[in-house]
Design a protein around this ligand. Sequence first.
Ligand SMILES: [Zn+2]
Length: 198
Amino acid sequence: MKLVSTLTLLSATALIVCAQEKPQTTDKKPAVETKTDKVVKTEDEWRKMLTPEQYRVTRTAGTERPFGEAYEEFNKQGEGTYFCVCCGAELFTSKEKFHSGCGWPSFYDTSKAKGVLEKKDSSHGMVRIETVCKRCDAHLGHVFEGEGYATPTNRRFCINAAALKFVAGNEKKPELKDLDKAKAEAAEARKKEEAASK
Ligand SMILES: [Zn+2]
């Protein structure tokens, strides 16, 4: 009998906790999906943050011209880490970098942070695997398999240099400021909304 009442108490407590944690419903879509910690911004916000080329590549699934300036820079870079130019998420490191000769930055794998998402892409009359940033959906490039490169994975992540922010090994990694900022902005907007509805 004692056990039963304890259990009843427990489930009652659980119910209260659930009820308390239930988010307030608002008609307006929040700026940030808190569940997945995704960075969601409007096209205008991205445009303000990025150069026209970075915007075209990452937000409109563009492709930079091969052997361009950003690629030349990429080739000169030594040991370090490659982050998403939009949100600062870790994507690749120089350890997975290899020279494929295709004119775009090539990696045989993503970094251990696993910040890259692979998606089927049927655009331009081809079936390819598109790679995007897991955190902010930035278009990075594509991944190709079985091309015969002498790498541990036989995969080639063909990435636009414009989508990457390089940080040399001895330099400080960028903070994921944009997510915090977006969260703070969303909280601020919710506060204002609540105040307005009172
Ligand atoms: Zn990103």
